[in-house]
Design a protein around this ligand. Structure first.
Ligand code: ATP
Ligand code: MG
Length: 718
């Protein structure tokens, strides 16, 4: 029989209750999705506070995002029926470290007003350092150096700690020197980059035992959510603090470790038991979030991973009406977006709140199709964890080029790209152009053209400007002569813009290239460049759209920890999900991380999980048939319903794939959907639809077909 206790304990199951009440000594809660890990942490804090074991300011609680921290603060307040403003140390690793560092900045060579560099500043500084060493910054790019340094900082390596081999591999053997120089410059500028925040605090703790002891005394209780995604530096930081006081509780799920590419170490889970002597390990097995179908689908899928600690999960949810996980196919991504839009409208009509509906994509370029569709439908949406598609930097840049072609008087557009990529058109030149434009009341481009005929601008810059203007003339002339999508590609190529991102070795660059391709693809839906630009103007004009209920669109990475009644999971195709780059770069480990991402995706759903794949994606105007994701084969038949496309869209005409879309062995009708089954369907469809690439997808062809899908990986953080 359950013991009675304070209200906040009511309703917890015995294991959860143990995790809440075992507040002395190290505790590791290792449990699957939706088992109440976050709830346990929140309740545990409420318990510590209301049992008077600590003041709010004596609790250190780490969440993965700032949003999660805000929510946790609110819930704790709710549980104890009071205000928790005093919880000064509830936040992300970074926000907590900034706070510590501001207090002791002098001890690590900064002063308390130090600034935190954004990525741009960081790159500019690195470039200076690289050039100052006499290295070619095209060969040794700032981006590449930045990702190297970030990696070292994730592992808490200061310049002298970097292993010789790694240090030598960059900058003609000068990696270590460059890193040290960079750190020196930061210090002179009284600045820290993101990775420094943690690194400096670790250095501080190591070099000033008195300061460390102070924090060890202060933090009576430490709690960490999403522990599986901590990196080495974060782990060391926690361990230093816990040396004085082992009341540390970490909760996590090895199956949800999805930030390996950013330095997260799932092994931190194993280290915990080893490093924190006498740790209590608690496993939660009951899932409170999802229906049995959803849970079974997710569990079955993740069981295909080898590197697992292993867990059981069950649910008491026995709703006979519960919907199986739905797998549906669309002809292409446009139909996918259209169908999902229709389904959402139907749900809304039945009284479902848009707030309870999410679309989780693997790569951010996938959002474009949904955003366009939802704007057309007037369906409110918000993009979580990043900008909306048309607001992304690379999309705005590309659009600025297109605007300059179609609207020569568009000064804002011209300003945006006149020196992007870099052409040596600096402030001084632009100032001259501006002055003339203002004096004569003419557009910038016209002023620039006039100036090119004079000696006012230095010869080198003048040549660069004249070349750019000539290019715009040429593109404008081509506008009437070729398809606008073709021209768009030519513009992005000839301007050097695509090349700029190709040369960029940062983690975001491949995603930006994907987005550019998607932009060009999206133009195909319009007759002309002008029509397209008009559409964009409409899409961008959504002043109050974010108010009120809205469908959430986000990447799978950003969805961690969240839950929704209905979750749509589009784009389950080989090469996209699992993503080709994850497979290429890290092989089996990459595949397993992709599978964990699929597990995270499915387990976000409370009541409805709807997986989609498009049979075709149009890439650079060419149809490419896609292969259904291998993850589809890994779902348990008994919990999955494969939706027959022709019954959903019997009516619409397009390419002749109505009711007779599949042959008699159609897996959609037989209810089985092994990979060969999906492929049969593809073949049948190909025979009817008649697109070039589709012939004969036998299993043996799969590998080469996969290899053909060269969309580089967009790994999306939050
Ligand atoms: P994830 O791994 O996805 O982060 P989690 O383990 O942190 O999941 P929570 O988000 O804490 O799980 O809980 C999942 C859902 O189950 C929440 O809606 C939570 O309120 C609910 N829940 C957790 N424990 C209980 C319980 N004992 N009784 C009723 N509902 C519960
Ligand atoms: Mg959680």
């Amino acid at each position: 029989a359950a013991r009675r206790g304070p209200d906040y304990l009511a309703g917890l199951n015995p294991e959860q209750r143990q995790a809440v009440e075992t507040i002395d000594g190290p505790v590791l809660v290792l449990a699957g999705a939706g088992t109440g890990k976050t709830r346990v942490l929140t309740t545990r804090i409420a318990h510590i506070l209301s049992s008077g074991r600590a003041w709010p300011s004596q609790i250190l609680a780490v969440t993965f995002t700032n949003k999660a921290a805000r929510e946790m603060r609110e819930r704790i307040g709710h549980l104890i029926g009071g205000n928790v403003d005093g919880m000064a140390w509830l936040g992300t690793f970074h926000s907590i470290c900034v706070k510590i560092l501001r207090r002791h900045a002098e001890l690590v060579g900064l002063s308390s007003g130090f600034s935190i560099l954004d990525t741009d500043d960081q790159l500019r500084l690195m470039k200076q350092v690289i050039q100052a060493e006499g290295l070619d910054d095209k060969r040794w790019t700032a981006r590449a150096f930045a990702s190297l340094v970030d990696g070292w900082k994730n592992r808490a390596l200061t310049p002298k700690d970097v292993p010789e081999g790694e240090a030598r591999a960059f900058g003609n053997g000068k990696g270590r020197k460059l890193y040290a120089e960079y750190q020196d410059r930061l210090s002179v500028l009284n600045a820290a980059d993101f990775g420094d925040l943690l690194l400096h605090v670790i250095t501080l703790f190591k070099t000033h035992p008195d300061v460390l002891a102070d924090y060890q005394r202060r933090f009576r209780f430490m709690l960490v959510d999403e522990y599986q995604d901590t990196n080495i530096a974060q782990y060391l930081w926690l361990r230093l603090l816990a040396q004085g006081n082992p009341n540390i509780c970490c909760v996590g799920d090895d199956d949800q470790s999805i930030y390996g590419w950013r330095g997260a170490e799932v092994d931190n889970i194993l280290r915990f038991e080893h490093d924190f002597a006498g740790a209590t390990v608690i496993r939660l097995e009951r899932n409170y979030r999802s229906t049995s179908h959803i849970l079974a689908a997710a569990s079955h899928l993740i069981a295909h991973n080898e590197g697992r600690l292993g867990k059981t999960l069950f649910t008491d949810d026995a709703d006979p009406e519960a919907e199986p996980v739905c797998v549906a196919s669309a002809w292409d991504s446009e139909e996918e977006a259209r169908s999902i839009g229709d389904e959402i409208e139907a749900l809304q009509a039945r009284g479902h709140s848009l707030d309870q509906i999410a679309i989780l994509v693997r790569a951010s370029f996938q959002m474009r199709e949904f955003e366009d569709r939802f704007v057309t439908l007037g369906l409110n949406y918000r993009v979580i964890g990043g900008p909306r598609f048309y607001e992304r930097m690379e999309i705005r840049d590309a659009m600025a080029y297109f605007r300059c072609i179609a609207q020569p008087a568009d000064d804002l557009a011209f300003e945006r790209i006149v020196n992007t990529p870099k052409r040596g058109l600096g402030e001084a030149t632009l100032k001259i152009v501006h002055e003339l434009a203002r004096a004569e009341r003419i557009p910038l481009m016209q002023a620039a053209a006039q100036l090119c005929l004079t000696e006012e601008i230095k010869p080198k810059a003048r040549k660069a400007l004249a070349d750019l203007l000539a290019a715009f003339e040429r593109w404008r002339a081509q506008l009437g002569a070729m398809k606008h999508t073709e021209l768009a590609e030519i513009v992005l190529d000839e301007s050097g813009y695509t090349e700029m991102w190709r040369a960029d070795r940062s983690a975001e660059a491949p995603g930006r290239l994907d987005n550019l391709k998607e932009l060009v693809r999206s133009m195909e839906e319009f007759e002309s460049l002008a029509g397209f630009l008009e559409h964009i103007a409409l899409v961008m004009d959504r002043d109050n759209a974010e108010a009120g209920e809205a469908v959430s669109i986000m990447t799978l990475h950003s969805a961690k920890g969240l839950e929704f009644d209905t979750v749509f999971l589009p784009g389950w195709e080989e090469g996209l999900f699992p993503h080709q780059r994850a497979l290429d770069e890290s092989g089996r480990a990459g595949l397993e991380e992709e599978r964990r991402l699929a597990y995270v995706g499915i387990t976000r759903a409370r009541k409805r999980a709807k997986i989609w794949f498009a049979s075709n994606r149009r890439i650079h105007g060419l149809w490419q048939s896609s292969i259904p994701s291998r993850f589809l084969d890994e779902l348990p038949e008994a919990h999955v319903e494969v939706v027959e496309p022709s019954t959903r869209y019997g009516g619409y005409g397009g390419g002749g794939y109505g009711a007779s879309r599949f042959d008699a062995r159609d897996p959609f009708q037989s209810g089985s959907y092994s990979t060969p089954g999906w492929q049969r369907a593809q073949r049948a469809r190909a025979a009817q639809g008649g697109f070039a690439e589709a012939g004969g997808f036998a299993r043996a062809d799969m590998r080469s077909a996969r290899a053909r899908q060269q969309g580089p990986l967009t790994i999306e953080g939050e």
